[in-house]
Design a protein around this ligand. Structure first.
Ligand code: GAP
Length: 517
């Protein structure tokens, strides 16, 4: 099935089974804003717990905070967001659609990359075991032609970004005959800068209201609390402050479902280090974060680092962790060495001294910062797109059955087990409820007595439940049940008293944490 079709099915599945709904749907929806439904919120909470515990619980020099979304407006002046948090926009005069100029150019480069990958995949199929991919990429004329075109665009693109040259961005679009994806027209306006922050008014007009911003990143809430946390927590450098929270950006190219939203959630760490030590910590956090991603078990080839083409004015190193989504490799997390820019700016704009006295060096300095910043929603999309599978199952009678199964990492699954009485009578429902009342303190459980057992299994497969427990007449006699595993569909008879340990052993987050570097 084409990857685009898989993605469409995934979006429909998210709605059908109660993971994600369009915001304000009964009013025809609000663009690029989504609500997490009854199962979605459970999965999202589990993702956040996996991140929080791995950062805060497992690192003794990292603590967490939860700062307010509303902050003093000067913070955004100091951070540079008022003046420079812009996207370069371009309008198509015929379709009247607005695009990010940089995204149009990136999409073109991705197209060349896609063509190269296709050639490689074809050759791999043809030559099998003996295929040498590196050599093929260096010698195949079609790959080389596409690479040359991509590199030429890339060189101009990086230079234009570096110089903030909006005319050159437009010229790249014209020279490469990039067309509006909707109308196919190449009739473009000039490129303009557009600030992405949402603003609102605080206080009544009579008292003199002030314009404040909805935070476009959670990081600034950490920077402005640096001194408070360092002092009250008696933190010694190196140390980190972690935070999970909502962020808001008036994205113009809001598409690909929850990949780019106007209201989204970030999980960020600001790690404060000695000046000069930042590259060592940058490398360390790159490794730590990649290991966190890979422990979910989706495969090594699904991830790559992508170093930034253009460094932000405050950064001396920056890379993205990219994941192979159904629509190609895309950023899920940014790792940035932010120097001492933010703390110095807040020192200057607030007039308060923000320094650290290092007893080992016997001197004071402004700490440098390494940041890791990941979107909860992009993690959610990544996990769902990897988990969604349509399978054909050969039955004993030779017929072929189909199932949709969400192969979610077991520790992240919204529901851990479903308990099902074989029939609605003979005391089986009571026995099933008894099992749930025992297990519900440790696991999110469901109860289901409707339809055939086969249909009930399918419903649980479709929401990624790792275990189904069936209560039958034998259960009343000897306190045993059948437990069925989602991935293998294998069933075994076990004692009810052993259920807790069997399930705990499989679904505990400890299993993921133990793999972390
Ligand atoms: N404090 C640094 C920072 O905010 P960023 O690269 O702009 O860096 C970090 O954002 C992460 O936040 C991204 O890697 C992405 O996962 C997520 N993110 C950013 N904009 C988003 C949006 N509009 N919708 C969903 N997630 C977004």
């Amino acid at each position: 099935m084409a990857q685009e079709d898989v993605f469409k099915k995934l979006v429909a599945h998210c709605k059908e089974y109660g993971f994600v709904f369009q915001s304000s749907e009964i009013y025809d929806g609000l663009s690029a804003v989504y609500d997490y439904a009854q199962l979605g919120v459970e999965l999202k909470n589990n993702i956040k717990k996996y991140w929080w515990d791995s950062m805060v619980k497992l690192h003794e020099n990292v603590v967490g905070i939860d700062s307010a979304i509303f902050m003093h407006p000067t913070i955004w002046k100091a951070s540079g967001h008022v003046d420079a948090f812009n996207d370069p926009l371009i309008d198509n005069k015929d379709s009247k659609k607005r695009y990010r100029a940089d995204v149009l150019i990136e999409d073109l480069m991705a197209k060349y990359e896609g063509k190269m990958d296709k050639e490689v995949a074809k050759a791999k199929k043809k030559f099998g075991e003996s295929f040498d991919e590196a050599q093929f990429r260096e010698t195949n004329p079609r790959v080389l032609a596409n690479k040359e075109k991509m590199d030429a665009v890339h060189t101009r693109f990086v230079a234009a970004l570096d110089k903030n040259d909006l005319d050159e961005l437009k010229q790249i679009i014209i020279d490469n005959e990039i067309a509006c994806p909707i109308s196919g027209s190449k009739n473009w306006t000039d490129v303009r800068q557009f600030n992405l922050m949402f603003s609102t008014d605080m206080g009544s007009t009579a008292d003199g209201s002030s314009k404040i911003f909805l935070r476009p990143e959670t990081a600034q809430g950490i920077f402005v609390n640096y001194l408070n946390v360092q002092k009250t927590g008696r933190m010694k450098i190196p140390f980190g402050i972690a935070q999970i929270g909502k962020a808001f950006r008036n994205e113009i190219v809001a598409r690909q479902f929850i990949f780019r939203m106007r209201e989204f959630e970030q999980m960020e760490l600001q790690f404060f280090v000695r000046p000069g030590d930042e590259m060592k910590w940058f490398d360390k956090w790159k490794e730590t974060r990649m290991s966190w991603h890979k422990s979910l078990g989706f495969g090594e080839d699904k991830y790559r680092f992508h170093d930034h083409d253009k460094l932000a004015h405050y950064a001396n190193a920056a890379t993205d962790v990219e994941f192979k989504f159904p629509f190609g490799f895309k950023e899920v997390e940014g790792i940035h060495s932010r120097t001492d820019f933010d703390l110095k700016q807040h020192q200057e704009f607030s007039g308060k001294k923000i320094q650290y006295f290092d007893p080992e060096l016997n001197k004071s300095y402004t700490p440098y910062v390494v940041e890791t910043s990941i979107g909860v929603d992009r993690m959610f999309l990544q996990i769902m797109s990897e988990a969604y599978q349509e399978e054909k199952i050969e039955k004993e009678d030779g017929k072929v059955d189909e199932r949709v199964v969400l192969r979610l990492p077991l520790a992240l699954a919204p529901v851990k087990l479903c308990v099902m009485p074989l029939t609605k009578k003979d005391g089986l429902p009571d026995k099933a409820r008894e099992i749930i009342s025992d297990l519900k303190f440790d696991f999110n459980c469901q109860y289901d007595e409707k339809d055939s057992i086969g249909k009930r299994y399918r419903r649980q497969d479709a929401i990624g439940t790792p275990f189904c427990v069936t209560v039958d007449h034998q259960s009343l006699e000897d306190n045993t049940v059948t437990i069925r595993h989602r991935d293998t569909m294998a069933q075994e008879r076990v004692e009810i008293s052993k259920l807790h340990d069997i399930i705990e052993n499989e679904v505990s987050m400890k299993k993921l944490f133990k793999q972390l570097k």
